[in-house]
Design a protein around this ligand. Structure first.
Ligand code: NAP
Length: 444
């Protein structure tokens, strides 16, 4: 692996040199083990510890198929999907790998007793498979996490509608938490060259998701002047949604749970922030009963901060705990756009407020290649910035995932894979200088 690292970081190594590098038989990667999928049985979600289920193992380099690329991974980042896979909720991801494996002989490579997790990367292409023309060995890339087969008609208008749509590193194997990753070449995007490896690795999944959910016509189709309620506004998704709202001339109404998180929102340029911890909002009086009085208090607080206006869009992802309030506070004709259910996926809301006020609920999931491309382009141009707060070494990925599970993190948490330390990989120093303060906004 040392010769690979030396070559991919050398300014003198060309595509032929990288292509001629011998590949190792195995690489170090963060894995889950199928025979441990029951290890947390009977425990509360909050007590399930990713540090116990995530291992660092030597695993075999997968065979390269048509349309695919092997990438030397310099850095990756924690996404909440690795929290889910590491606590085996709502189902162990080995069920996804088994189902994928039934699709074809090539897909059967993914069905293994271990799962290399992780859905983001920055790195350098080592090998490309038959039929790959757009990328070659030596290309510096990031990867988005949409894996599609595109053999059915449904996905040809919007690739997210492909019936064989999967999230790489969650529903497929050989993800980003390793020294090497296997991706389809249509997951690759050019690395933003004003960013380090770890900064460029941290945005892909959440940035693309926030772009589709909030900006795209497939999502809420936000427009100038919209009031946008953003839950978890300093978290992974939220920190990008806030930037999109501001960049698009909207007014983000940020909800967070502590003063330091509120300060991060203000540093991004948001003026309207609600600290749900300090203001003590409790939308459920017990685990089975919501408190509409609290929805109303929350709505009044939003109006106080917006000069009497309700929100045009609610950027939803906490799910069960907030969905009743979200549906209530959206304005007449407004949109609740949801991509997740962190606190529970069986939502309850008072439908009278939805239908009588002609509100809409839209489901949104990741992003198609075109949306991911546009979101990455905005990062590359310095219009949207990574929200990396800290990084861990590959060996400590379990701790990194644990931090996110415990909601102890800010923005994004990075993982160094082949990158020996932070701060490497920048080529456009001029653009970096221009945006340095914004790039470092979340750093601890
Ligand atoms: P994250 O970095 O942990 O941020 C989530 C934020 O939610 C936290 O910062 C927290 O902010 C807030 N939150 C947690 N519990 C809450 C509660 N009870 N009420 C209100 N807010 C609460 O995670 P993320 O990366 O943003 O992901 C969030 C969810 O979206 C996860 O479930 C993830 O799996 C999902 N997701 C889905 C997609 C998709 O394509 N469908 C893509 C990305 C993520 P405060 O404590 O400051 O309020």
């Amino acid at each position: 692996m040392k010769s690979i690292l030396d070559a991919v970081t050398s300014p003198h190594a060309g595509p032929a040199d990288i292509a001629a590098l011998p590949l190792p038989e195995s690489y170090r990667a963060v894995t889950l083990h199928a025979d441990e999928a029951d290890m947390f049985a009977g425990m509360d979600s909050a007590d399930k510890d990713p540090r116990k289920s995530l291992h660092v193992d030597d695993v075999a380099v997968p065979e390269l198929g048509p349309g695919e690329a092997l990438v030397a991974v310099m850095a990756s980042a924690v996404n909440y999907n690795t929290v889910w896979s590491s606590i085996f909720e709502p189902v162990p991801t080995f069920a996804f790998l088994r189902r994928y494996g039934r699709l074809s002989a090539l897909a059967a490579r993914h069905d293994l007793p271990y799962h290399v997790v992780g859905s983001d990367l920055s790195g350098v292409v080592l090998r490309t498979g038959v039929g790959v023309n757009a990328y070659k060995p030596g290309d510096r890339v990031v990867a988005h996490c949409l894996s599609v087969e595109l053999e059915a008609p449904e996905g040809h208008g919007d690739t997210m509608l492909d019936p064989e749509q999967r999230i790489w590193g969650y529903e497929t194997n050989f993800g980003g938490f390793g020294e090497i990753a296997l991706v389809k070449s249509n997951q690759l995007l050019p690395k933003p060259e004003h960013l380090t490896w770890e900064e460029s690795a941290c945005s892909g999944l959440v940035n693309s998701t926030a772009y589709r959910q909030l900006v795209s016509t497939n999502g809420a189709n936000m427009t100038q002047g919209d009031n946008v309620l953003i839950w978890g506004a300093s978290g992974g998704l939220g920190s990008y949604a806030v930037q999109y709202a501001l960049a698009g001339g909207a007014n983000p109404v940020c909800v967070v749970s502590s003063p330091d998180k509120a300060e991060l929102c203000r540093r991004m340029g948001a003026e309207t922030v609600i600290d749900r911890g300090a203001e003590g909002f409790r939308f459920w009086s017990d685990p089975h009963t919501q408190d509409p009085g609290e929805w109303k208090r929350f709505g009044r607080r939003i109006r106080e901060l917006t000069g009497g206006e309700d929100v045009d869009i609610v950027f939803e992802h906490p799910g069960r705990e907030t969905f009743g309030a979200s549906t209530f506070v959206a304005k007449r004709g407004g949109t609740i756009v949801t991509c997740a259910s962190t606190t529970g996926y069986l939502h309850e809301f008072d439908n009278r407020y939805l239908w009588m006020n002609l509100k809409r609920i839209i489901g949104s999931h990741f992003a198609n290649y075109a949306e991911a491309w546009r979101a990455n382009r905005l990062i590359a141009k310095g219009r949207i910035h990574p929200t990396l707060s800290q990084t861990y070494r590959l060996d400590d990925a379990g701790q990194a995932v644990h931090d996110v599970h415990a909601n102890r993190h800010h923005g994004k948490v990075g993982v160094l894979c082949l990158a020996p330390r932070e701060g490497l990989g920048v080529r456009d120093t001029e653009l970096r200088r221009t945006h340095r303060a914004a790039i470092d906004r979340f750093r601890r």
